[in-house]
Design a protein. Structure first.
Ligand code: 6GU
Length: 232
């Protein structure tokens, strides 16, 4: 999978050198590149923003550098591209969207700052056959920019790619399956830690009873914490 992140802070993406994603890049499973939006400006100040038409607080990112930066990323592929525009006003990211994006060939992340990117950028790329545009938010709170949101999405998507996670069985029983179920609580040794005992049933060796207990735990957690509507 090819991934391009466009940002005025490409250094935000250095954590992708680490851990499982770093390893997957070394193995060639992920081809990641961060590009600096300011490389597509031509004035002395490398201006990327301007005041909003119609007035109001804050600054808006100018369309021209975004158009050139996205075009330069598109020029590197014949494959269809998923262009993800990060915005708190986007559609909410979740595990279903991660699964869908895991079959993408090339994802381009447009990481806006300030009050966002001129709306014509998303509108223009919606007219391009090679491109599917997604405006995505990672939750109901406001970040200073899309970079951290892009990191979240990159991690959620790339861990689903074959070969990124050592034991693919660990993906099967995770939280946020299609039923909106969350995982049961896990324990390891020691059996008593700071006076807290591991639930006795887990030491019983009774696999049927353990499975039943885990189902019950998963269900009650899901009822309390899941935001995905369970389909019964
Ligand atoms: Cl994608 N961007 C910003 N700036 N804030 C957010 C967000 C994205 N998702 C939630 N909050």
């Amino acid at each position: 999978m090819k991934i391009t992140a466009i940002s005025i802070f490409p250094e935000y993406f250095t954590p992708l050198d680490l851990s499982l994603i770093g390893k997957a890049r070394e193995q060639g499973l992920i081809d990641f590149k961060a590009i600096n939006l300011r490389d597509f400006t031509y004035d002395n100040h490398h201006t990327v923003d301007d005041t909003p038409y119609g007035g109001g607080a804050g600054m808006v990112m100018k369309p021209e550098p975004w158009g050139e930066a996205i075009d330069s990323a598109l020029a590197e592929t014949d494959a269809p591209v998923d262009l993800i525009v990060l915005t708190p006003a986007g559609s909410k990211f979740n595990q279903r969207k991660a699964e869908t994006l895991a079959s993408a060939k090339h994802i381009i992340f447009a990481c806006g700052r300030y009050e966002g990117i001129d709306a014509r950028v998303a509108d223009f790329y919606r007219t391009q056959n090679q491109v599917r545009v997604h405006e995505i938010s990672i939750g109901d709170y406001v970040l200073n920019g899309g970079e951290v949101a892009a990191l979240v999405i990159i991690e959620a998507v790339t861990r689903l790619l074959p070969g990124v996670i050592g034991n693919p069985d660990s993906l099967a029983e995770e939280s946020h399956n299609e039923l909106g179920e969350l995982e049961y609580p896990s324990y390891t040794k020691p059996a008593n830690w700071r006076g807290l005992e591991v639930p006795e049933i887990l030491l019983s060796g009774n696999h049927g009873a353990i499975a039943k207990w885990r189902r019950e735990q998963a269900l009650s957690r899901s009822q309390q914490n899941s935001s995905i509507e369970p389909q019964d």
